[in-house]
Design a protein around this ligand. Sequence first.
Ligand SMILES: Nc1ncnc2c1ncn2[C@@H]1O[C@H](COP(=O)(O)OP(=O)(O)O)[C@@H](O)[C@H]1O
Ligand SMILES: [Mg+2]
Length: 280
Amino acid sequence: MAVLTMQNRKGGVAKTTSVVHLATVPALAGKKVLAIDMDPQGNTSQVFMAMREGEKDISDLLFFDAKIEDIIVHSKYGVDVLPNNKKIQRPDKFFYQSGRKDKDLLLLRNAIESVRNDYDLIIIDNNPSADTFSDMSLIAADYVLIPVDSANFSYDGIQDELQDFYNIKENFNDDIELLGVLLAHIKPQTKLLRTQHDAYDKIFDSLLLKAVIRDDNQIAEALARYMPVYFYNKKTNAGADYIEVAKQIGIISLDEYTELSRSYIGKKNRFLPSFMQKEE
Ligand SMILES: Nc1ncnc2c1ncn2[C@@H]1O[C@H](COP(=O)(O)OP(=O)(O)O)[C@@H](O)[C@H]1O
Ligand SMILES: [Mg+2]
């Protein structure tokens, strides 16, 4: 029912990683989830093994009247995927060359209308630039999450992202809400983290999520093998962290969290920095 978009015009800040895992966590809890891949690189489609190069994809749905049920791939990880098969490499160029206008930015919103109620969560991955595709995602969404890589932290990047958000909110999508900024790639030395967290939180006026994702090569290894981390190694640091984030942003219930914790969170991979405990 809720549509969540992952936005940050920088590359390599864990947008795709966050989409893959925040889609997988509720699916593991039995919820119906659709991941939409708006990035022509197709990384989310690849991880869910939903990419079929040369076949119809999200662009056929947006621009050529394809039927959504003919494009959705039921992945073996329990997440449905609207794949990007790299058919349109430069969405902006295509959009304007095909004579599209601003009102056509509603294309994604309209395209998913018919399946909106079939899913508990629809989550959108985006390409790392501000273009018509990322605007379409913001217009289609109820919520925005901005992942940032704290190692290569870019204040300007986030300011730009917030500007896009307010712009779309004002002109196209009144109802959209900012869920927050997610530190998606942090080194877990707690003292440094605490300082960093407080500093960022000040800058973003409490937009920073309490739950954070630790740097964890298990997740990179899993993704390189085209699988969400839970199917590669059940109990990992980043895997546990994504379950905490899912709980915090409300895409799984407390009961579902408790249930998932049994299988995927142990003493060794649980991570509760002090700024997180305060909230409990
Ligand atoms: N928590 C993490 N720990 C270690 N590596 C990570 C983590 N999150 C993401 N990565 C790696 O960082 C790189 C960029 O992440 P990705 O999700 O593809 O970013 P984006 O989609 O924003 O370009 C990938 O190689 C990914 O495997
Ligand atoms: Mg990506």
